[in-house]
Design a protein around this ligand. Sequence first.
Ligand code: ATP
Length: 240
Amino acid sequence: MPETMLELQDIHTYYGQIHALKGLNLTVNQGEIVALIGGNGAGKTTTLRTISGMMKPKVGRVTYLGQDVGGVPSHVIMSRGMSHVPEGRRIFPQLTVRENLEVGAYTISDRRLIEQRIQEGFALFPRLKERETQLGGTMSGGEQQMLAIARALMVAPKLLLLDEPSMGLSPLFVEAIFDIVEKLNRERGTTILLVEQNASMALGIAHRAYVLQTGEIKLSGDAAHIAQDESVRKAYLGDE
Ligand code: ATP
């Protein structure tokens, strides 16, 4: 039996009166890449925010590593090995690449460990090494996405939540980012929950997938199987 890392049971999350998640059930097992796909406003970002403690569900239970994390503040959940790369990257534009990475390690006091993690980040993203002293805000969109991911990796997360890493990137960068996500999973065993509008790329690297529509899971299963589903192909993979 696979070991469950994350489980959402009957989650209802609201923005004021807006009922964004309507009874969501979702599981991520250790070692998996799970894709969460769906159109604009389906609730993908809200799902990640609910998992990482940025939003509190009105109803339902979020279990992470066997513990109920409902109402646990974000920074405490993060200290248990979960990292969230938010939509739109949110790197610090006025800080250098190296300083951005150091900020990602604010919960770590061991200087040697911080330096080791920075070097691991540079090994994964050589382009960041070349740009170590460049200000984050002057980097290209793709470079900023790399920095956002490298920053999230500073805590060596067990579970990485990625919100639309391919958004606004050129095809070459999209390819590079997806390669890295796959590599992290394969070589480090990092478990990944990947939110994407680019459904075909996401389904290409994921083991399992969930299709979200107006706050509800419409379909779930093996990623290869979901990629063959006719309704998914029409709605998200551009088939006529
Ligand atoms: P996208 O792919 O367009 O980013 P999404 O699937 O990530 O969409 P969410 O951002 O989770 O969708 O939004 C789910 C629903 O919640 C939408 O109806 C959206 O309008 C609403 N919503 C999101 N953020 C807020 C907010 N800050 N205040 C009010 N409503 C919000």
